[in-house]
Design a protein around this ligand. Structure first.
Ligand code: GLV
Ligand code: MN
Ligand code: MN
Length: 409
């Protein structure tokens, strides 16, 4: 059943463009931070589409949204989906593609009059990005029982706002319980967000695993003083220490090599003036590796460096873990299925790890899971110029449809 069904590329593109208008940035791209007014509008749009498609809509206490299409039989659904929150400089596809390709698959089945044996469900998970509220993948993490709801709701964002208050402010707190989902299988379509598929000339990725993620926030406290009169030997310079740590992170990950990456993406110093030694610095370190042992080694070296530096510079250090997830392998049979369906549709496909974090890595805790990747032009993502060709989006969505059909029979 459904072997020759194909999704509508133009309809998928139209929805991507329409959603992309919510929080649109002047030069292109989107700012739709989790639980912002733009997120509220995006949710409203997606919920309207879900209703139009005849889905049974629900939401849980974490604000995750679900559109269920009943099957011939009751029982746990085959689930797909992703997120619609973005980083502050996001593209049109990150997350949005997974949600809207799920809706496109549903509309294709509606048009063909096909009812699957198992129910199908399209999920929109709250705060995947973690750009405003850490950790990333927060909604799916709570959904699978990996973080207590109360802890998530009490989390404060970069603006000091609390998740629970922001959920209420946009009226997104639902009534379904979280923590013990019953899902038959999960598959997520996503843009690769890296250069591998494009550089290899392959259309699709069958994602085998997601690399481990470690986010730490450091706060350094020194002494502000006059930039002209304070001898170097008397300085307790929090700004210098932060920047020395950033340099160390680059040296460290280069030395470790392999898949190790490291980023200092957020840095603030105070009083942030030309002629004052900074007494305060707060910055984040994002470390990732597909091999957990190497990731742990990088974390340890960073901690040792910071302790040594603090002693030498005479500054105080506070550290806070914002996110820590081990690498996640996906279900081999699910990876095989993605590969098989891609081949059956005549597309080139390769097995690959994911460099970015995804809701699928949380769902993998409770059900067989895998992902489908489509190429990102220039390997660019978390950037307003993120782009994937309509042909590749269509290819990915058609494979998603066939994987959903196979899983739901
Ligand atoms: C979140 O999606 C991340 O990988 O940073
Ligand atoms: Mn994403
Ligand atoms: Mn992202």
């Amino acid at each position: 059943m459904g072997d020759s069904l194909t999704i509508s590329g133009p309809r998928l593109m139209a929805r991507l463009q329409t959603l992309g208008e919510i929080g649109a940035l002047p030069g292109g791209g989107v700012c739709r931070l989790a639980l912002s007014e733009e997120d509220r509008q995006g949710r409203e749009r997606v919920l309207a589409w879900m209703h139009d498609l005849g889905l049974e809509v629900s939401s849980d206490a974490m604000g995750n949204l679900f559109g269920l299409r009943p099957g011939l039989e009751a029982g746990p659904p085959v689930m797909t989906g992703s997120h619609i929150d973005t980083v502050r400089t996001g593209g049109l596809y990150d997350g949005n593609l997974g949600v809207l390709a799920g809706l496109e698959a549903i509309e294709t089945l509606n048009d063909a009059g096909i009812t699957t044996r198992r129910p199908l469900c399209v999920a929109v998970f709250t705060n995947e990005e973690g750009a405003r509220f850490a950790p990333d993948m927060m909604g799916s993490l709570v959904y699978v029982g990996g973080m207590p709801l109360e802890e998530a709701l009490a989390t404060r964002g970069i603006d000091g706002e609390r998740v629970g208050d922001c959920l209420d402010a946009i009226d997104a707190r639902g009534s379904d319980p979280v923590g013990a989902p019953d899902v038959h299988a999960f598959v997520e379509l996503h843009v690769e967000q890296g250069p591998v598929l494009e550089e290899t000339g392959v259309t699709l990725g069958a994602v085998e695993k997601v690399q481990g993620i470690s986010w730490t926030e450091f706060t350094f406290t020194g002494t502000s003083n006059h930039a002209g009169t304070t001898p170097m030997r008397l300085r307790h310079d929090a700004g210098y220490a932060a920047m020395a740590t950033a340099t160390f992170v680059r040296e460290l990950v280069t030395r470790i090599g392999g898949d190790q990456v490291g980023t200092v993406g957020s840095l603030e110093i105070a009083p942030n003036l030309v002629n004052v030694v900074a007494n305060h610095a707060r910055f984040t370190v994002d470390l990732r590796n597909t091999v957990n042992q190497q990731l742990a080694m990088a974390e340890q070296e960073l901690a040792d460096f910071v302790a040594r530096l603090a002693g030498q510079e005479g500054i105080q250090v506070e550290r806070r873990t914002l996110a820590r997830f081990d690498p996640v392998p996906f279900d081999p049979a699910m990876v095989d299925l993605v590969e098989k369906q891609a081949h059956a549709l005549g597309h080139s496909v390769m097995r690959m790890p994911s460099g970015a974090g995804h809701d699928a890595q949380m769902l993998a805790r409770v059900c067989p899971t895998s992902m489908i990747f489509v190429p990102s032009v220039g390997g660019i993502s978390h950037n307003i110029h993120e782009f994937t060709s309509p042909e590749d989006l269509e290819a990915g969505a058609n494979v998603l449809l066939q994987v959903l059909l196979a899983l739901s029979e």
